[in-house]
Write a protein that binds this ligand. Sequence first.
Ligand SMILES: [Mg+2]
Length: 355
Amino acid sequence: MRIKSFHVERVSLADKDPNWRISGFAIPTNDACIFTLTAEDGTIGEGYAAAFAHLGATQSGTYEVLEKIGKLLAGKDAFAIEANMGLARRSIRQNNPAKGAVDCALHDLAARLMKIPLYQLHGGKTRAKVPLLRILSIKSPDQMRDKARELIDQGYRYLKLKVEGRPREDAERVRAVRNAVGDDIFISVDPNMGFRTKGAIEFARRVEDCSISMMEQPLIDTDIAGLEAVTRAVELPIEADETAASVEQVMDLVANRRVDAINLKIPRSGGILNIITMARMCDIAGLGCRLGANVGSRLLAAHALHVASALPNMDFACELAEFERLQNDPYEGIEVQDGELVVPDEIGTGVRRRK
Ligand SMILES: [Mg+2]
């Protein structure tokens, strides 16, 4: 079976909260491209390229990269995922969100041609439901406390607080939320590179009594020595996110135990093949890993959900419900129930275009 054609489409999903922000970035709209491959028999496979500035991608640049790769794939064997991804990787450097979408579309197409759910292609299901973590924008402590209560009332048990890199103010945010939600809720924090080494250590000490599960990427992605110094200095587990931008970088982080855990994202890693490689490395070395914020449509969340279902070593909640805060999602088919997503048993991703 050959790939007959491809299609690229721009989409923009506005956040319900126009003031949603992380350290250094406001993200009022999630721009993306949907990449569709069609086989000779009319079967389609779909992938979602989240064009985030902090992943080095723009929507127009991502569109052009997907057009370039799509032309290379037309006429190729629809089942040759490794060979086709090799072509995509060699055709252009960087733009992992685009390559991630190509990888997803190839997997989806193969699964649909075989008439199996995607997780079967990833090695089979190790869990039928995936617990979800919801992410809170940087706000005042009172606003974050109120949002946390709202999410807990909806059934979520895991929260991640975006913080901005100010030890005292950020500790107030954490304390306000912890006091409001009680001891049974998992809380992690994400400064998105907002701290420097000493500030990250000071912050971790200020929240020592707040029972925090994890701190993500405290320092700028290039400060590997600092990241390692923070990991060694504090008891709070440290997870690499922005620094874990390629298989090569993850290999270095894991081999040298520079962090305690790795955050895996389809758009940042360049696809499912790379995610599975990264997760395997973490498993061998005894480091934690899980699927982080795959922010965008249910199409992207569904792809990440099938991977999270198949990988045996997901040891923390995954961040696959951020579609809940976005408007105009063109896909439907998965919905959160009691803070979890059920892995679909339908053919392919299990999501479809809204009518
Ligand atoms: Mg992060």
